[in-house]
Unconditional design. Structure first.
Length: 82
């Protein structure tokens, strides 16, 4: 299922809009610019999903880098933090 709220927040966060429900029919465009079409938003979904996955992977890599600097495994860090 396409998450229109996520797409709109990430790609049109500087615009004014409201979304009633989870589908395109609930989108009310409040900005002076043209409302993006359903086709446009649907086309952005894969890109936004990849962006989210990349951010998650970067966060994991960052955590691992910290653990590596400390000389700890993830299990050891979890045991220390309780």
């Amino acid at each position: 299922m396409i998450d229109y709220a996520t797409i709109l927040t990430r790609r049109y966060g500087d615009k004014q809009w409201s979304l009633n429900g989870d589908d395109y029919d609930g989108l009310t465009w409040l900005s002076d610019t043209a409302k993006p079409t359903k086709t446009k938003l649907d086309g952005l979904w894969a890109e936004v999903q990849q962006e989210i996955a990349n951010e998650a992977n970067a966060k994991i890599a960052s955590r691992q880098a910290v653990l590596d600097k400390l000389g700890l495994t993830a299990d050891e860090a979890a045991a220390l933090l309780g």
